[in-house]
Ligand binder design. Structure first.
Ligand code: GLN
Length: 518
């Protein structure tokens, strides 16, 4: 994942020597020391994100008597979907604000502060109103939008020369992301599920505080002038500030009206409408590109390929991002989580995904390299089709697991953790074939003047996937046991259909991409 919609050129003009001192440094595994600052900041930010995301549905569906909200599974899953997809959507204005107003560094810092305040609001909702909980989620969405794309952009700025060193910089950074995601559920799960929900949420917030401290204390020395100044002059900065403040005020009014109950809130309806909205937005954007952006024949062909990858990327994420909802509910309600007679918290199974990412990333790197040595260079649509297929098989495993539950007598029956572990493993195999390839292909295919926007489009496909995942994710329910195999089967079938459709498209797509080596 090399998210860079907020990429700005390092402040080369003022202090080229300072910048070179930073980018030439090799004190962190042969990489610039600045990477370690970004690594640990992002690790803690992801710790807080993945620490609370799976806790949300368990908390919201828990009965009021056990400290939860007593929401229906459908509503709770839809809220998780809206939350996760909003995080990705927020990275569009987040990148823009960094580019045109605050600069990368200040955006990261303010983003971190907003996230920490969000966690504080969630923690305080235990004693104050329920509204504080949702206010907290909104603050986290805004803060992550400011932090996540821009921290990746600074990683890119550490390697002005690009090439293999930059690639390995991003691989190390991706490890930081997954290390945070791996550790978090152990802590927030143990505290949230066993001690009290708000202890879990609080621990995630403490993680973000660590991240902020790391960033604040080390950024000056390790990043020098990199990412300090925005890429535009004061006039335009003022304009962006005004637009941002007006946008924020409007959003605040809508949120306030929803919180006092003037605007009715139905999470499933909102998620459905957001799905349509993003779909319409994407279609309109592509239409604009095709009809009015003055693309030449070659660019038009490559943009068609991006449309295709957009659709299949959204399909993949709609399956993968069910981890915190449907698969998490399956872990809670139908999985035997005992080891040596002790039952582990539900959330601990969430660590499987980042664990597999960390374990398999080097394997994938070696496989691509090995294939390349034999002259086999798989195209990105081939890798996408493979990823969709692997995710499809992962859901077949879930069909088998649910059939096992039913065969065992239904409600109250718990099956082995191995089902979920294999499911997550296959999804990670898909992720590693699709995620890094997707982003780099989009950057390479996009007509030059639209690269930033196309990255936004890539984020939109992930946002769409998260929403659909949220809409599907609440249907794992002991009350609807008989429907569960069909539920997972539908996801599996969609993935297989997508995989085969894409496989058929590989040859024409390769032809369309031929204009440039992809
Ligand atoms: N797990 C990665 C992250 O949190 C990527 C997730 C994604 O691209 N959907 O950054």
């Amino acid at each position: 994942m090399t998210a860079t919609p907020g990429a700005t050129a390092p402040a080369m003009g003022n202090a080229p020597d300072d910048v070179r001192r930073i980018t030439d440094d090799r004190s962190f595994f042969g990489q610039p020391g600045g990477l370690s600052t970004l690594f640990f900041t992002e690790m803690w930010e992801r710790f807080s994100y993945y620490g609370i995301r799976p806790l949300l549905i368990l908390f919201m569906t828990a009965a009021m008597s056990s400290g939860g909200f007593g929401f229906s599974r459908e509503s709770a899953a839809a809220i998780v979907g809206i939350y996760a997809s909003s995080v990705y959507l927020a990275s569009l204005p987040g990148g823009w604000i960094a580019d045109r107003w605050l600069g990368l560094r200040r955006s990261i810092f303010y983003g971190g502060v907003l996230i920490a305040l969000g966690h504080l609001a969630i923690a305080l909702s235990a004693v104050f109103a329920r509204q504080a909980f949702f206010l907290g989620l909104i603050l986290i969405v805004m803060g992550t939008g400011m932090l996540k794309p821009n921290i990746s952009a600074i990683v890119g700025d550490l390697y002005p020369e690009g090439g293999a060193r930059r690639d390995s910089g991003f691989s190390i950074f991706y490890m930081g992301i997954n290390l945070g995601a791996f550790i978090a559920p152990f802590i927030t799960g143990a505290l949230g599920e066993r001690v009290g929900w708000h202890w879990g949420f609080g621990a995630a917030g403490v993680g973000m505080l660590f991240g902020l401290i790391v960033f604040r204390t080390r950024e000056g020395a390790s990043l020098g002038p990199i990412g300090l100044s925005p890429s535009v002059g004061p006039e335009q900065q003022r304009r962006v500030r005004t637009i941002t403040l007006v946008g924020l005020s409007l959003a605040a009014v809508v949120v306030a009206l929803a919180m006092v109950g003037v605007v009715p809130v139905n999470p499933v309806k909102i998620a459905e409408n957001m799905t349509i909205f993003i779909g319409v937005l994407a279609v309109s954007y592509f239409l604009y590109l095709f009809l009015w952006a003055g693309l030449d024949r070659d660019e038009l062909k490559r943009t068609v390929v991006i449309v295709v990858l957009f659709v299949f990327s959204a399909t993949f994420w709609s399956a993968y991002e069910q981890a915190p909802t449907s698969l998490n509910l399956f872990a809670r309600d139908f999985t035997d989580r005992h080891i040596f007679g002790w039952e582990m918290p539900t959330l601990w199974l969430q660590s499987a995904t980042p664990f597999f990412v960390i374990a398999l990333s080097p394997v994938f790197a070696a496989v691509w390299l090995g294939l390349a040595k034999r002259g086999i260079d798989l195209s990105s649509p081939t890798k996408f089709a493979f990823a969709l297929f692997s995710a499809g098989v992962s859901y077949l495993i879930m069909v088998a697991a649910t059939n096992h539950v039913i065969a065992g007598g239904g409600n109250g029956v718990r099956v082995s953790m191995v089902w979920l572990l294999v499911t997550y493993l296959l999804q990670v195999v898909g992720e590693l074939a699709l995620s890094p390839v997707g982003l780099s292909t989009v950057t390479k295919l996009a007509p030059h003047r639209f690269v930033g926007q196309m990255m936004g489009v890539w984020f939109m496909s992930i946002a769409l996937g998260n929403l659909v995942a949220g809409l599907i994710g609440g249907n794992v329910d002991p009350e609807k046991l008989a429907e569960m195999p069909a539920l997972f089967q539908r996801t599996a079938t969609s993935l297989f259909v997508a995989s085969f459709a894409l496989a058929l498209l590989v040859v024409p797509i390769r032809r369309m991409m031929r204009s440039r080596a992809i």
